[in-house]
Ligand binder design. Sequence first.
Ligand code: ADP
Ligand code: MG
Length: 374
Amino acid sequence: MKSVVVRSVSKLWGEARAVDDVSFEVEQGTLAVLLGPSGCGKSTTLRMIAGLDEPTSGSIEIAGKDVSGLTGSSRGVAMVFQSYALFPHLTVADNITFGLSVRGTPKPEMAARLDKVAALLGLEPLLRRKPSQLSGGQQQRVALGRALIAEAPVCLLDEPLSNLDAQLRQELRHEIRALQQRLGVTMVYVTHDQTEAMSMADRIILMRGGKIEQNGTPADLYERPANIFTARFIGGAPMSFLDLDDGAGGAVIAGTSSPPLFAGPGKGRVLGLRPEDIAVDDAHKSGLLHATVTGVEYLGAEALVTCALGDRSILARTRGAAAPAIGAQVSLSWHPSAAHVFDAASGKRLTIDSHAATPTPRLHTLHYQGSINA
Ligand SMILES: Nc1ncnc2c1ncn2[C@@H]1O[C@H](COP(=O)(O)OP(=O)(O)O)[C@@H](O)[C@H]1O
Ligand SMILES: [Mg+2]
């Protein structure tokens, strides 16, 4: 069942389109992430689902019902903000139950629900404290508790972890995801952090400039980015983009002596490669792409290696202990399925038949070295 349906929603602030004809659906009991750079319209979209802003056009349904004109609690949504927005003069317990007491919930019911939420979030020892006596992570747990106690079927979270340090963010994102699955609530979670999105989401809705660039599972966005924007945004270390050109045996990397990558034209096309998909061989080998190491960023378990290919550069990832030295002559290769090809003008992904390329038999037997020849 669809829990949230956003249908052709736009929001104009004066002339500016903060959200531009956005449509998506969220299945009940799943976690959808609205992801994208600052200013792309994530919060505006979330606030319209919450009923804090009304769309300029389009409609929103929650649990099958058009909710235009309804307030948040009558829509069945609860919201968690980045700024925890706790009342400084109230205890943790009173902060969590504030909404219930405003609505006149009977005391015994309120106490029972508080116990449950406090246990879920590990807040029992803190219930008598004031917000100023809590760490940032504890304050965010209280804010989360205040949303969960509403027992709304849909929980909306706007960058809830942005004010926390990296370690705490990682802990809390696991915790939020586990809670969401345990309680079976639908969550719409806003973040600009692709790692957070990738690790938490059932579906990611990636936005730019008020529009959706791609809507899919984390694996869809990583493995089959629909366009250059998505390819750039998703992934730990950045994908390298290289212009292609027409070569004698097929498409080649422009400005290099690259072997043909696949049959067909290269001009007007861009090759995208993720650092983790590139194998670095520590010598110039015939039939492979030759490069010179110009930079090494050592990160312990792994190293990011910048390689010059003519006047272009490409980023590869190796094991930390296997990182080549700066100045080393290396050969680069990758599996054909790791090559992402885009139209240079539109940025859209192109489907390339990598098996149609000119074969180089010697390399066929080598794992990870297909795309040069396959
Ligand atoms: N209340 C407002 N009045 C005018 N412009 C706004 C308002 N809220 C947001 N905007 C603009 O709408 C665009 C989208 O903002 P927002 O949804 O907050 O982006 P995000 O949450 O993705 O960073 C931005 O250009 C922002 O400046
Ligand atoms: Mg925002």
